[in-house]
Design a binder for this molecule. Structure first.
Ligand SMILES: Nc1ncnc2c1ncn2[C@@H]1O[C@H](COP(=O)(O)OP(=O)(O)OP(=O)(O)O)[C@@H](O)[C@H]1O
Ligand SMILES: [Mg+2]
Length: 249
């Protein structure tokens, strides 16, 4: 599904990613953990195509096709979804309208007509029930005045509606209370299938009790210094990151 090959990227004169290799197969969930400032959000942004970062070497493939030359919209149409650590507020655009527009733009890019209103409504009803989202919430302006947990839940709702091939969740757990964490994680689990892949970025092992990853990677100073199974997350929770510093050369 996703192949990242020897990826170097940075901003202006600063190198942030220093040779990342990553392979996520369809049906898999990978987690990335790592200290603050190690490049986790940069990696997600570069995969999603944010133009502020410059890729200086390497390549990114989605289903064997390089996506490096695609802008963020094209990548989204190809099925890349990125949740934001800090979501934007859009006054005057409701949660529902935002998602309708996003879905219909993707359909348009594929040469399809707009989704019929009845079908859209049915899907909104199903997905909001799945994620236990209050209908009133759907008519509010996007992210305006949303609590931290509401923003996160809204992101997962967008993901559920868009049915991406590759979902990247950047610190989806930060700021969620215990019930919301469970609901969001259940939502992600229900959306897991043999046709999609998920990359979860988190600081805490706790989220990975709910969304059980197939593979855990540790990112430090722009490099993946360790890869293991879900037990690696437990080990990190216990030992922190210091013991991995010797892997950095
Ligand atoms: N737009 C930017 N301008 C300047 N520096 C940046 C920019 N984006 C990232 N960086 C720098 O690159 C490094 C990696 O940042 P990044 O946000 O990827 O870290 P992170 O691993 O996601 O950290 P956290 O766990 O705190 O979210 C940091 O030193 C950060 O200051
Ligand atoms: Mg980050």
């Amino acid at each position: 599904m996703l192949t990242v090959k020897n990826l170097y990227a940075g901003i202006e004169e600063k190198d942030i990613l220093k040779g990342i290799n990553l392979e996520i197969k369809a049906g898999e969930v990978h987690a990335i953990m790592g200290p603050n400032g190690s490049g986790k959000s940069t990696l997600s942004s570069v995969i999603a195509g944010k133009e502020e970062y410059e890729v200086t070497d390497g390549d990114i493939f989605l289903n064997e096709e390089s996506i490096l030359e695609m802008d963020p919209e094209e990548r989204a149409h190809e099925g890349v979804f990125l949740s934001f650590q800090y979501p934007v507020e859009i006054p005057g655009v409701t949660v529902t309208n935002f998602i309708k527009t996003a879905i219909n733009q993707t359909r348009k890019a594929k040469g399809l007509e707009d989704m019929p209103a009845s079908e859209m409504l049915k899907m909104i009803r199903e997905k909001s029930e799945l994620l236990e989202i209050d209908r009133k919430f759907l008519s509010r302006s996007l992210n305006v005045g949303f609590s931290g947990g509401e923003k996160k839940r809204n992101e997962i709702f967008q993901m559920a509606m868009l049915e991406p091939k590759l979902a990247i969740l950047d610190e989806t757990d930060s700021g969620l209370d215990i019930d919301a964490l469970r609901i969001v994680a259940n939502g992600v689990n229900k959306l897991r299938s043999e046709d999609n892949a998920v990359l979860v970025i988190t600081h805490y092992q706790r989220l990975l009790d709910y969304i059980v990853p197939d593979v855990v990677h540790v990112l430090m100073d722009g490099k993946i210094v360790k890869t293991g199974g879900k037990e690696l997350a437990h080990e990190l929770e216990e030992k922190g990151y210091d013991w991995l510093k010797e892997e950095l050369v």
